[in-house]
Every structure is written in structure tokens, then in C-alpha cells.
Design a protein around this ligand. Sequence first.
Ligand SMILES: NC(=O)c1ccc[n+]([C@@H]2O[C@H](COP(=O)([O-])OP(=O)(O)OC[C@H]3O[C@@H](n4cnc5c(N)ncnc54)[C@H](OP(=O)(O)O)[C@@H]3O)[C@@H](O)[C@H]2O)c1
Length: 287
Amino acid sequence: MAFPTDRPATWFVTGTSRGLGLELVRQLLERGDGVAATTRSSERLLAALGDDFDTTRLLPLTVDLRDEEQVKQAVRRTTDHFGGLDVVVNNAGYGFLGAVEETSGQDVRDMLDVQVVGVWNVLRAALPVLREQRAGHIVNVSSVLGLTAVPGWALYCAGKFALEGLSEALAAEAADFGIDVTIVEPGYFRTDFLTQDSLALPTATTEHYPALREMVESHLKLQGSQLGDPVKGAAAIIDRVRTGAGPLRQVLGSDSHAYATAKVQALQANLDATADSAPATDFPAAA
Ligand SMILES: NC(=O)c1ccc[n+]([C@@H]2O[C@H](COP(=O)([O-])OP(=O)(O)OC[C@H]3O[C@@H](n4cnc5c(N)ncnc54)[C@H](OP(=O)(O)O)[C@@H]3O)[C@@H](O)[C@H]2O)c1
């Protein structure tokens, strides 16, 4: 897609009262673009921006992303208000740290409702607009944990791996309509992600995973010393969309790049180790 240069662009960003989403809103408004910003609390978003911030081109939208009708209305209000839509950023998300057997059915449904169903609601509402105009850019904020999985993060990884699969298929489908897709894969970023306000934990734990309990403690202590700078992260995402140049996956952070590289190497070793045995289940070639 050619990012508009003759007029302010219109962005639809989810999960904006904190962290990366808030920083995106700040920088986009400073650029002079229009931003429809969804949040569970518009008051929290406006308070975070502060009284002196110019919010003339902000459309704050209190939306429950799990509710398809609310999401549809939010996209409709965006196009009515700004006269169009150029970029969608599915940013809302939260972490969950617990063992697989400590994760309840409700925990699973809650996570997938936000990270998969919610994203799908946004896509179903926004894609017809972008497809019709044959231009647009969809940015799905995944994680390096959408590429590789580590103990304690199974539920979060399940959500982000699902988002990666959905995004990869979408990228191939949407290209025919001039719509770009970018999957953003941050490493640890210094947002609210690892605070008790954001990070979810199982309601009941067992004594069998002491290493995971230590991991929770060490992650909460990491707050404030994560490698990734959200100001630079938001700027990099905006730049990727503005220039239209770059691969499908935007890896953010040297930690993310190292983890992802290790995953690719392990996957390649796995493929090499099964190269001889994999064809054994094929039907014989037709004579
Ligand atoms: N920070 C990291 O280390 C890191 C690493 C990899 C990936 N990520 C991803 O980056 C994205 C932004 O996270 P962040 O680092 O900016 O974290 P954050 O500071 O905790 O902000 C997360 C945002 O997501 C929204 N959100 C959280 N829980 C939600 C829920 N249950 N339902 C709907 N919205 C919810 C919140 O929006 P409202 O409160 O405004 O509704 C909030 O603004 C997420 O998708 C996260 O998974 C972060």
C-alpha cells in the first residue's frame, strides 16, 4: 500500500491506555495523523496523555474487543469520523505466567478471546473497508513468544502462535487487494506488561513448579530494566508502515532476534533429523 503523503493517515489502534499502544497514539498524534484508539477505559487513556496534549485528531473509543458488535461500531465510527481508514494495529494483549496444568479453562478462553477472537473481530470489521479501497496496512503485535515457547508461558504462546498463523495466512490473502500485513515480534519491552496490573497468574497453583514461582518473582523484578524502549518500538512500527518497506515479520529487540534465531536453528535441526523418515508415510508414487 502507498502510505498517504498528501493528507493525514487514519489509524485504528487497540489497547491504548498503556505501554506500546499509548506510545503509538502519542507519536501518531504528534505526526498529525488521525487515531481511533480503542481501550477498556477512555478516561485512563486521556489521563495518560495528559491535559496539555493536543487530542484534536484523537477518537477515543471504549470498546470490549471480545464483542463483535462493539468492534463493528468502533470501525464504523472511525470511518464516519475521519472519512476513511488506512492502518489497523492489533496491539491489545497481556501476559499469563503459570504451568499448563495450573491454567484453567476460563484462563484459556479469556486469553484467546483477547488475542485471537478480538483480533478476528477487528479484522472482520476493517478488511471490507481496506479491500474496497484496495489499500491499507494491518499490523498485528505478536511477540518473540509467537515464534518460540518457554516454560510458564504456554497460554500466552498459544495465543501468539495462533496470531502468527492467522497473520501469515492473512498476508497472503490480503496482498491481492493491495493490503500489507506486518507481524511485530517484540522481546522484553519496558511497558506495563510485567507489572501486576497487566500480567495474569493462575488462581490456583500447585507445589510442583517451584521454578515457575521463582520465574514470576524474577519477572516482576525485571520491571524497569527490560531491554526494549517503547518509544523506539512505536517509532519503528510507524516507520515500517510509513515506508511500506520490510519483511512480513518485524523483530524488535536484540533479545527477540537471538531467541528467534535459536528457534529457527532448532527447527532446522529437527527438519534435518526427520528428512529421511518423513517420506515413509507417503503412498507409493503412481507408476
Ligand atoms: N512489553 C513486552 O515485553 C512485550 C513483549 C512481547 C510482546 N508484547 C505485546 O505488545 C502488546 C502491547 O503490550 P505492552 O507491552 O504495551 O503491555 P501493557 O503496557 O500492559 O499494555 C497492554 C495494552 O493491552 C490492552 N489489554 C491488556 N489486557 C487486555 C484485555 N484483557 N482485554 C483488552 N485489552 C487488554 C490494554 O489496553 P486498555 O487497558 O487500554 O484496554 C493495554 O493498553 C501486547 O500485545 C503484548 O502481548 C509485549
